[in-house]
Design a protein. Structure first.
Lengths: 106, 167
């Protein structure tokens, strides 16, 4: 049996790697990849907790997995729009560096 | 230690190593995307070990098969120069950010790895497509409709954003 506590620990670790990527990298494509990694970490927590409570209650045994499917849908939509923005930015600025788009930054 | 546990720790080590590879790869965006594929596939292996078989299949099809391929398309389409992957000048800010992330990450791992109850044997049909599909189209039918709207909006938005000239 896989220990659920270690699954959740792995999820937190992957989420923190994603946060570190968003905080330190300045390439827009890599930042988007890090966001995908954070979404995957949340999915792993969903599946782990769903497995933990499986068989405890009779109704709604699949809530965690249904939410994973929804997160995957939103991630696909997000990456389509995000990469569209990357292409538009590269066309206008000839760069995908986040330091080059600082108009809305304080 | 049983075989599922050995497999779990192997997949977990692979996932963390390839995620770090994505984070620390400063030169090549294609290699970073490939590291992301390895992370996704090892997460799918962990989903199988957690008896979520349909989710594992969807993870491989959507993430490894569609999303990362989209990343690769864009990376190769843009023909980026190598210097755009070099680390920036603000090493002090980045060092501080990494320190905060590491500290809070260690705290989060310690906090969340507390004593959780061991799961019992799963009920029959757990994680299969039959019960999950029934659940999706009865209890969560509104969520499915909303997901279709989100996807439609994303398709239209991506086409508009990537168009050469908006007329």
């Amino acid at each position: 049996m896989v220990p659920i506590a270690h699954v959740i620990g792995l999820s937190a670790l992957l989420f923190m790697i994603g946060v570190a990527g968003v905080a330190t990298r300045r390439n827009l494509i890599v930042v988007l990849m890090s966001i995908e990694l954070m979404l995957n970490a949340a999915n792993l927590a969903f599946v782990g907790f769903n497995r933990m409570w499986a068989g405890v209650g009779a109704a709604h045994r699949f809530d965690g997995q249904v939410f994973v499917l929804m997160v995957v849908t939103v991630a696909a939509a997000e990456v389509a729009v995000g990469l569209g923005i990357v292409i538009a930015m590269f066309r206008n600025r000839d760069s995908v560096n986040l330091e080059d788009v600082s108009l809305l930054k304080w | 230690m049983t075989t599922p546990q050995i497999l779990f720790y192997a997949f977990a080590a692979l996932a963390v190593a390839s995620a770090l590879g994505m984070l620390l790869n400063l030169r090549n965006a294609v290699a970073a995307a490939m590291s992301l594929v390895v992370t996704m596939v090892s997460l799918a292996g962990i989903y199988v070990l957690l008896e979520a078989h349909l989710v594992a299949a969807i993870q491989i099809m959507v993430y490894a098969g569609a999303i990362v391929v989209l990343f690769l398309f864009v990376v190769m389409l843009l023909n980026l120069r190598a210097d755009e992957f070099s680390p920036g000048r603000q090493w002090l800010t980045k060092g501080a950010a990494l320190l905060v992330v590491t500290a809070s990450g260690a705290h989060l791992v310690r906090l969340l790895s507390a004593d959780l109850p061991e799961p019992g044997p799963p009920p029959p049909g757990f994680g299969g497509y039959a019960q999950l599909g029934v659940s999706l189209f009865t209890d969560y039918v509104l969520l499915v409709e909303m997901a279709s709207l989100v996807l439609l909006a994303a398709i239209v938005g991506a086409v508009i954003l990537a168009k050469r000239k908006i007329d």
